[in-house]
Design a binder for this molecule. Structure first.
Ligand code: ACO
Length: 336
């Protein structure tokens, strides 16, 4: 039995934040951002926005359910991936279960950052194939704007990230020729702190912060920290490795690839991978220009857009791949 994507949807907040808008907040400029990242604008809920991460996920989930043409009560499990949860605990999965008013189905949270959706989809695939569940709602959602330093001090990171959510319904395939063909997940924890946020966490003085009002935490631990060049170098190696591994495991040829949907980390990373792998422009989908990097949400948002734009049709061979904080990386190869 194979697991197949039965429905997909995405949602992004209405507020568009252009590079020019950022120029008013920090010492940056449109040319720098576009040259380094390809990003022209992103969506932000904003710090006082009413849309939490799980609400973004809920809005995407509603669209995926409608697209799948199933009754929501046919969903028997939720997997929710984010690095920007509403609460430190519990995770967003249970909040989503409540918003959707689903009966007491299980809800699992995945914390694998940029690779979150790949980990979530791979896990859902295993559950479906084992026969344990029939229809799993897999969501990637991020509300980054709540926690970015929008001053010049944070510009190396904050210009890159945006808010949004994407969701799929993964279910049993009636047609053996369609569905997920192979998945892989990897990690290299020795680089955990090359792309990280330390607070709230037990390593960098969270207790001191709560008990001692004079305690001044390290700036790099309160806001996201990224060793940009280091991340770039690892990303451009790991992406192709993971993509090719999935082709090899499935016994499929890369010649037959219709579309690669890479995690929208940075347009320069996607272009580098495309060149390295000898892919044509029409074989790599990018929408980071409009949404920035939405971490766990970027792959389902991009997949949803590519499908709605008619760039992917039933039966096409699609590769999804991600690399990010952890470091973690992986890919999923599927016949849509
Ligand atoms: N606007 C203007 N200038 C800036 C900005 C900004 N937003 N941010 C940094 N700068 C300045 C720096 O202060 C520095 O100035 P200096 O030379 O006077 O010290 C200069 O630009 C160069 O800074 P670098 O950090 O060296 O910039 P770099 O060329 O490495 O580009 C970038 C940064 C785009 C993050 C790059 O390292 C990169 O592409 N990294 C890949 C990782 C990535 O994109 N991650 C995305 C998220 S993680 C993921 O999803 C996998």
């Amino acid at each position: 039995m194979k697991a197949v994507i039965k429905g997909i949807g995405h949602y992004v907040p209405e507020r568009v934040v252009t590079n020019q808008d950022l120029e008013k907040l920090m010492d940056t400029n449109d040319a720098w951002i576009q040259e380094r990242t390809g990003i022209e604008e992103r969506r932000h809920v904003g710090r006082n926005g009413s849309e939490t991460t799980s609400i973004l996920g809920f809005k995407a989930a509603e669209k995926a359910i409608e697209n799948a043409k199933i009754d929501k009560n046919e969903i028997d499990f939720i997997i929710f991936a984010t690095l920007s949860p509403d609460l430190y605990f519990p995770g967003g999965g249970v909040l989503l279960q409540n918003y959707l008013e689903l009966d007491t189905i299980g809800a699992l949270d995945v914390r694998n950052q940029c690779s979150g959706f790949i980990y979530a989809l791979s896990t859902a695939n295993a559950f479906i194939k084992s026969g344990m569940y029939k229809n799993i709602l897999v969501v990637g959602a991020e509300n980054h704007s709540f926690g970015l330093d929008m001053t010049t001090r944070g510009r190396g990171v904050s210009v890159i990230f945006g808010d949004g959510a994407g969701a799929v319904i993964l279910g049993r395939s009636d047609d053996e020729s369609r569905g997920i063909l192979s998945c892989n997940m990897h990690s290299e924890g020795k680089y955990a702190e090359e792309l990280m946020m330390g607070f709230p966490g037990t390593k960098y003085g969270w207790v001191d912060l709560m008990l001692n009002e004079d305690f001044e935490p390290d700036y790099d631990k309160i806001y996201p920290y990224m060793n940009g060049n280091f991340v770039f170098k690892h990303a451009v190696t790991r992406f192709p490795e993971a993509i090719l591994e999935a082709f090899e495991d499935a016994g499929e040829s890369i010649e037959n690839l219709k579309m690669l949907i890479p995690h929208q980390a940075n347009l320069r990373i996607s272009q580098f991978i495309q060149r390295q792998m000898g892919l044509r422009d029409d074989q790599v989908f990018n929408n980071i220009m409009k949404y920035g990097n939405t971490t766990a949400a970027s792959i389902p948002i991009a997949l949803s857009e590519a499908i709605s734009q008619g760039k992917i049709e039933q039966g096409d061979l699609i590769s999804l791949a991600a690399f990010g904080s952890g470091f973690t990386w992986g890919s999923v190869l599927l016949r849509y």
